[in-house]
Design a protein around this ligand. Structure first.
Ligand code: CP
Ligand code: NVA
Length: 322
């Protein structure tokens, strides 16, 4: 088969890869109880994981199965990405086997390198830059809870990390506002805040956790120490003292406010057991929605890629007929 060129392939490396309309379609498809169960028709998904995962790996594998495909999870030591051979060659080879690729990487650059040489869509399954597929599941959760997500106010209490960055970028597409609250040294710098504002994100930085959550529809937190930062764990625990999400803090939000956490949680650090297991918590709905969001996203990406490929084949047919 004549593969489509890598320039025409849609990828999902960042929330910024979607328009507001694209996001609406992806969320609609994610919520569709009747997805196209033979879309992949036995084609595969190659999922590379440089870091551990419970939710992302399993939810994405199941999403692929639900679309009639075959997931293959690949550990970095099995392929030696960038060591045994160039990332670009791995992308060229794997994209001959699979209808879609996904990668969880330390360096975001690995993802951009894969995408620039892949003949099929590449999905960011978490990098140091962002975790956009998580945000799709979060928006699905918020939509289910509140309906329209555009007017929502979301308080992020914790580290300005990969998840926070994707949440902030999503604001530019979906219209919700984000109040970011964390200690000095663990916030987005002015240049990043300026880039977010320029992209249309409604993001403000607030010092006091109570001020951050007041009026919020959702309070979102994540681990203070992300994967790869383990040696900073002690320093971070000290720095983040006072930024724990507790049942008391949640009481300062709206009466109908919900708690979000992408998980895995470090119980007793960024969030208490009482908050995580309490009535406001939607963290397990969020986790389930990872599967629905992955299915909606893969459906959308593969359909677009297949359409580009069909367009290429038709153009080649016209050229040959001449
Ligand atoms: N939220 C999330 O990405 O979880 P995993 O690290 O378990 O995949
Ligand atoms: N910020 C966390 C998210 C885990 C899903 C990390 O990068 O480890």
């Amino acid at each position: 088969m004549n593969p489509t060129t890598s320039q025409q392939v849609p990828h999902f490396l960042s929330m910024a890869d979607l328009s507001a309309d694209d996001l609406g379609v992806v969320l609609e498809r994610s919520a569709d109880p009747d997805p196209p169960r033979t879309l992949l028709g036995g084609r595969g998904a190659g999922l590379i994981f440089e870091k551990p995962s419970a939710r992302t790996r399993n939810s994405t594998e199941m999403a692929v199965v639900q679309l009639g495909g075959h997931p293959v999870t690949i550990r970095p030591d099995e392929i030696g990405l960038g060591e045994r051979e160039a990332i670009s060659d791995v992308a060229r080879v794997l994209s001959r086997y699979f209808a879609v690729l996904g990668a969880r990487t330390f360096a975001h650059r690995t993802l951009t390198e894969l995408a620039s040489h892949s003949l099929v869509p590449v999905i960011n399954l978490l990098s140091d830059d962002g975790h956009p597929i998580q945000i799709l599941a979060d928006l699905l959760t918020l939509q289910h809870e509140f309906g329209d997500i555009a007017p929502l106010e979301i308080a992020w209490v914790g580290d300005a990390n990969n998840v926070a960055r994707s949440l902030a970028r999503g604001s530019a597409l979906a219209g919700y506002s984000v109040r970011l609250c964390g200690p000095a040294g663990y916030r987005f710098d002015d240049a990043e805040l300026a880039r977010l504002a320029e992209a249309g994100a409604d993001v403000t930085v607030v010092d006091d956790p109570i001020e951050a959550v007041t009026g919020a529809h959702a309070v979102y937190t994540d681990t203070w120490t992300s994967m790869g930062q383990e040696e900073e764990a002690h320093r971070r625990r000290v720095a983040f003292e006072g930024y724990q999400v507790t049942e008391e803090l949640l009481e300062a939000a709206r009466d109908d406010a919900i708690l979000l956490h992408c998980l895995p949680a470090h119980r007793g650090e960024e969030v208490t057991d009482g908050a995580l297991d309490g009535p406001r918590s939607r963290v397990f709905d969020q986790a389930e929605n990872r599967m629905h969001a992955a299915r909606g996203l893969i459906w959308w990406l593969v359909e677009r890629c297949d359409a580009a490929r069909a367009g290429d084949a038709a153009a080649e047919g016209r050229r040959n007929r001449g």
